[in-house]
Design a protein around this ligand. Structure first.
Ligand code: PMT
Length: 401
């Protein structure tokens, strides 16, 4: 199973002067917990928001703030050259502008110019600043130069207003770092993954839905992208899109089938983690059904089985992976689905067990293949499950070559 690619790496964390600077503390803590050697660097602006002592206490070395240190001359080259990765969290519009222009105005901008390590920046600012053409043009230039940009989330901002500009969650930032440092054993592959539960309309306002949150599918998309795959995520939910992933939003099983069958034409790997409705109303009432008209008779019809259709037309070398959500006879039921749908791998989860399956941040699964031993993964976070699924796919691909 995949561990963290952060362990043992030297990561210089630049903290700049935005209100989100306090969130950098949590990111540093997670990096240290994951086994990184973390060297914090603060700009003068950052010191208005958090104290040096906080970062020094949490990180692996005391915080650095100045280019001018007699005990350690030319710190920017030492730090830039020793880093496996430079992270800027948060990255203000000022830092982004200076870095784009190649200005070396302080220790952090000097380090950014003096390094050949990958650079991950996490912008955070008010929506108006984020949307300003100067900022967007600068980010486009940085992206062209290979800088990895972890886009901000939408949500409540410092002034109490809402919009895009909120620092990405620690999970997204860590995933971007894992992606940057991790192996690229899926490089050159195209992978399609589905996530979330489909919603089948009954009338203008009501749907048949299920409890899938999409977390497992998003974790797979994130891990697959971090391992070098070109990922298309076909989703019914609005979780933040993982870094480097193309999102296609759908709602119904029919829409999901159209999106999946289109993307599957050029895909090397298709993973159906979505919970697709098995039945839908035969007719959809255009208006809202009136309560006063009595209890309606809703006649159901089966939805298309997306995965079975892919299995029936599978290209040589294409890998199809299904999930099986079971409440009893886990292995027997999942094994039957593996055979019936002509799959290379099925990930079986007993969704009646505590902490497993729908909505949880954790999962526990059995990986079944047409031949070969069954692999059991005990309760763990969904990213680790995703890593194990990708490991199994890499193994299957190795057997095909
Ligand atoms: O989204 P989360 O909250 O993180 O929860 C994760 C999960 C529980 C949804 C996920 O781990 C999972 O089990 N997904 C598959 C759920 C499901 O629909 O299982 P199934 O046994 O009914 O279907 C078997 C396979 O056929 C699945 O890969 C499913 O996507 C696919 N299918 C099912 C019906 C259909 N009409 N078309 C399909 O392609």
């Amino acid at each position: 199973m995949s561990g963290s690619y952060i362990a043992g790496k030297t990561i210089v964390v630049g903290v700049t002067g935005g209100i989100a600077a306090y969130k950098a503390v949590e990111v540093c803590r997670r990096l240290v917990d994951a086994g990184a050697h973390v060297i914090p660097v603060m700009t003068a602006g950052a010191e208005h928001f958090i104290g040096r002592t906080t970062l020094s206490a949490l990180c692996s070395e005391p915080v650095q703030t100045s280019l001018w240190d007699e005990a350690s001359p030319i710190p920017h080259t030492r730090l830039g050259q020793s880093a496996d990765l430079i992270l800027v969290v948060p990255a203000t519009a000022r830092l982004i502008g200076a870095y784009t222009a190649g200005l070396s105005t302080d220790l952090l901008t000097n380090i950014l110019l003096a390094t050949r390590a990958p650079v991950v920046i996490c912008p955070a600012m008010h929506t108006e600043m984020w949307e300003h053409p100067a900022v967007q043009d600068n980010l486009a230039v940085l992206a062209r130069r290979g800088v990895i940009i972890v886009e901000p989330d939408e949500g409540r901002l410092a002034g109490g207003d809402s919009g895009k500009g909120r620092l990405a969650s620690p999970e997204r930032i860590i995933a971007a770092i894992e992606r940057t440092l991790g192996p690229t054993d899926l490089a050159g592959t195209r992978l399609v993954v589905t996530a979330g539960g489909t919603r089948e309309p009954i009338d203008a306002v009501r749907v048949i839905a299920n409890r899938s949150s999409g977390k497992q599918g998003y974790a797979i998309a994130s891990v697959a992208a971090s391992r070098g795959a070109t990922v298309t995520l076909i989703s019914t939910v609005g979780l933040p899109t993982p870094v480097g992933v193309d999102l296609v939003s759908v709602e119904t099983a029919a829409q999901m089938q159209a999106a999946v069958s289109h993307a599957a034409q050029t895909a090397d790997i298709v993973i159906m983690a979505a919970a697709v409705a098995d039945f839908r109303p035969k007719t959809v009432v255009a208006n809202k059904i009136k309560k006063g008209d009595g209890i309606p008779d809703i006649v159901l019809e089966p939805t298309p089985d997306i995965l079975a259709a892919l299995g029936a037309t599978k290209r040589p070398g294409q890998i199809l992976v299904g999930f099986a959500a079971e409440t009893d006879d886990l292995v027997a039921n999942a094994g039957a689905k593996l055979q019936r749908k002509n799959l290379d791998l099925i990930v079986a989860n007993d969704v009646s067990a505590p902490g497993v399956g729908f909505q949880h941040d954790t999962n526990a699964v059995c990986l079944l293949r047409p031949e070969g031993p069954m692999v059991t993964i005990d309760l763990t976070d969904k990213h680790s499950i995703a890593g194990a699924v990708i490991d199994a796919i890499v193994e299957i691909r190795a057997g095909l070559t």
